[in-house]
Design a protein around this ligand. Sequence first.
Ligand SMILES: C[S@@+](CC[C@H](N)C(=O)[O-])C[C@H]1O[C@@H](n2cnc3c(N)ncnc32)[C@H](O)[C@@H]1O
Ligand code: SF4
Length: 402
Amino acid sequence: MFRLSQYLRDLHEPPPTGPVRQPPGPVVIWNLIRRCNLTCKHCYSISGDVDFPGELSTAEVFDVMDDLKAFRVPVLILSGGEPLMRRDIFEISQRAKAMRFYVGLSSNGTLVDDAMADRIRDIGYDYVGISLDGIGATHDRFRRKEGAYEQALGGLRRLRDRGIKVGVRFTMTEDNAAELPLLLDLVEREGFPKFYLSHLVYAGRGNKNRGDDALWQTTREAMDMVIARAWRWAQAGSEMEIVTGNNDADAIYLLQWAARNVPSAVDALRAKLKRWGGNSSGVNVANIDNLGNVHPDTMWWHHDLGNVKERPFSAIWTDLSDPIMAGLKRKPRLVGGRCGACAYIDICNGNTRVRALRITGDAWAEDPGCYLTDAEIGLAGPVDRVKTSLYRGMSHEAPLSA
Ligand SMILES: C[S@@+](CC[C@H](N)C(=O)[O-])C[C@H]1O[C@@H](n2cnc3c(N)ncnc32)[C@H](O)[C@@H]1O
Ligand code: SF4
């Protein structure tokens, strides 16, 4: 995750430099259930309204939590499927809070009526993220359910009114990118304190429908928009926050923006971005799926590292015998193509490997989602890369079935 607003606030008002802190264990995104009342077009977990046998029992979840705590995992993001469809979700959440994890809930928001909002408030989640992939009919089309937008917005409002820190998660494609300014206006107007721009990853139904991915030029315009908005908020001293995810080139795009707009601060920003270090799948971010399989992140469900029913998470996570895991943990990562030649690889760390894998068959090839021009990544050449996706619709392998 890239904390855009945080960097912009620091540009506006440089903070005193503190010690660099190494995160203790990885942030764990935990898909506790795969069942979902929606069937979104881009869903990496290929969820639907059916039961998926073999999911972890409450007791098994509790055992894993003990191991995660001992391994010094600081954050649990409880996700799905739709996590609110799991009958023991509040029991699990209560225990996680009592164990002093930072606990986030990742929901589609459609089930959050007043009674549910009260129960969520009583748990004291540190953060609740709800997806909005457009306004009104656009969101409903994306999420393939009429009325989903009104329900999700209602859920966000009910939680906000109960004093819970909520955020809007927006996954962008070519089909909904035009609504980004409307969503930014919405969060500002409604006082939802966080906005997460999530770039599409070619996983699950997101791989099947990857032809819908935003063109590079669309992504650049979206980044211009979120940077402008976050900069305005930073200058106004607002606490409103924008973060982005699944495209670590965003950090380099911000650096280029700073070179044009706040040149005196560029060196300090570059040093900070290097410390952040870009993509952290398999390093500071981990995933456990509904069956207990461990993955380098949520987009790697086709690649199991081990199962928590058989081996503790801590043992699976530190085992480098898996070549993907060893490659992800390598510093610097051995990536090819434009990523390998990029002057800013020390900032972005090669971006999203799953996209490279899905398009070329090679997890270490260049990420086709990088929207930066050759000049911007220090590749001087007579012809700059055209800014429309050459890869859109090209298929290395048959798409996954939905
Ligand atoms: C799998 S959902 C689970 C939580 C909940 N059901 C929801 O939709 O918010 C978690 C988040 O991942 C996002 N997401 C799903 N598939 C994605 C993909 N292929 N690329 C990027 N984000 C994706 C969703 O939009 C959502 O914000
Ligand atoms: S993205 Fe979320 S709401 Fe949509 S189908 Fe997947 S799990 Fe369900």
